[in-house]
Design a protein around this ligand. Structure first.
Ligand code: S3P
Length: 420
């Protein structure tokens, strides 16, 4: 569906599940491919990004068996040189994490992706991999994809990335599994902790201390994993249910670990009525009047993917909201500082960018024609904003949503009919 038209309307009600967490999904596939034996994964994200990583582990020689109920069995442990280029599609997480894993494996591979991937910065992973002795190069002597990797012979390093990035941390730690000694990543600002959590859960020797993670070389053991719901997808419903009067929505079984639920804190601070159950992971949200807040730069790693939809919340809140230190948004699937600004401005919001700060002033939204710029989160954020606009909104490039949440429009229809 290249275009989605969303009419404003009544309350959202019901209980739903969102796709399995995308960050966890990539990592469990890679760990299952490395583990010597059969691993079982349930609840994997069905989005296009993760499907690409699934194909890639198959191309590398993992034995992939997908049951009718969605249960995946992956036989890993004997990976080999792939015959073809490995296509990550639209996935920055896929290419950066896989670059780390493949840098440690003793064969040549080439990682490529779509037009957006070919524009995104890869120097952030090429630099630490080079320090480890890896032979990884971009196209025509650049640091851009496609990346050619001649793997093997890595040295363990101590590395402090110049930016807060779980992808960089994950890349270096995956490479560290094949190094000749321990590898440490130092993080002044904590980023999502999936790599270290899943390493520990699969028997890898990992020391997770405040501000630093150290991994010893080794291989995971085969495992079973139920992937919890993706907080970044739950955030769309948290904002939608907050801003559409009379709404009451429960998103079931959402991941609760650190550095992913910053959006819950920010929405609460804005006056939202939401509860993330520590026992079940259920996220319950009821409509509430929101007011503006300041999102500090130190909070950004914990909600970096949620800023487009939090900007929609801000556009519906009383007063001004400032998102500080959000320069990283410029190098996501689209330049999200520009694309969020364009989308909200088209819908009549008072929004502007001051250096690395996104400023949004709340008010009435109008129905408009908006462009996703092939960015799934811009498309879904626009669909949420459209629920409270004064007329229909047409979202161009809706197909991009398939990279992370193919059933978004169906789930929206379900909540609108009260069924969830
Ligand atoms: C991710 C880390 C974040 C996030 C991305 C997923 C991960 O990227 O934006 O969607 O799974 O490690 P950065 O590490 O570039 O901040």
């Amino acid at each position: 569906m290249p275009v989605l038209v969303v009419d404003p309307g009544g309350p959202l009600r019901g209980h739903l599940r969102v796709p399995g967490d995308k960050s966890i999904s990539h990592r469990v596939l890679m760990l299952a491919a490395l583990a010597d034996g059969s691993s079982t994964i349930r609840g994997l994200s069905g989005g296009g990004d993760v499907r690409c990583t699934l194909s890639i582990v198959g191309q590398l020689g993992a034995d992939v068996d997908e049951g009718a109920d969605g249960t995946l069995r992956i036989g890993g442990g004997s990976l080999h040189e792939p015959a073809e280029v490995l296509d990550v599609g639209n996935s920055g997480t896929g290419i950066r994490l896989l670059a780390g894993m493949l840098a440690g494996l003793p064969f040549r591979s080439v990682l490529d992706g779509d037009a957006s991937i070919r524009r995104r910065p890869m120097d952030r992973v090429l630099a630490p991999l080079a320090q480890m002795g890896a032979r990884v190069s971009g196209i025509d002597g650049s640091t851009l994809a496609p990346l050619t990797i001649d793997g093997g012979g890595l040295t363990g390093i101590d590395y402090e990335p110049p930016l807060a990035s779980a992808q960089v941390k994950g890349c270096v730690l995956f490479a560290g599994l094949s190094a000749d000694g321990p590898t440490t990543v130092v993080e002044p600002l904590r980023t999502r902790t999936h790599t270290e959590e899943l390493f520990a859960a699969t028997g890898i020797d990992v020391i997770d201390e405040p501000g630093r993670v150290t991994v010893a070389p080794g291989r995971p053991r085969p495992f079973e994993h139920d992937v919890e719901g993706d907080p970044s997808q739950a955030a769309f419903w948290a904002v939608a249910a907050s801003i559409v009067p009379g709404s009451e929505v429960v998103v079931g079984h959402v991941y609760r670990g650190p550095a992913r639920t910053g959006f819950v804190d920010v929405l609460r601070r804005m006056g939202a009525d939401l509860h993330h159950d520590p026992a079940t992971g259920d996220l319950a949200v009821r409509a509430a009047a929101l007011h503006g807040t300041v999102v500090g730069a130190d909070e950004v790693p914990g909600l970096v993917d949620e800023i487009p939809v939090l900007a929609v919340a801000a556009a519906c809140a009383g007063g001004e909201t400032r998102f500080e230190g959000v320069a990283e948004l410029r190098v996501k699937e689209s330049d999200r500082l520009a694309t969020v600004e364009e989308m909200l401005a088209a819908m009549g919001a008072a929004v502007h960018v001051e250096g690395d700060v996104l400023v949004v002033r709340g008010g009435r939204l109008r129905g408009a024609s908006v462009r996703s710029h092939h960015d799934h989160r811009i498309a879904m954020a626009a669909a949420v904003a459209a629920l409270v606009a004064d007329g229909p909104t047409t979202i161009d490039g809706w197909e991009s949503v398939a990279t992370s949440y193919p059933a978004f429009a169906d789930d929206l229809a379900g909540l609108r009919s009260g069924g969830g």
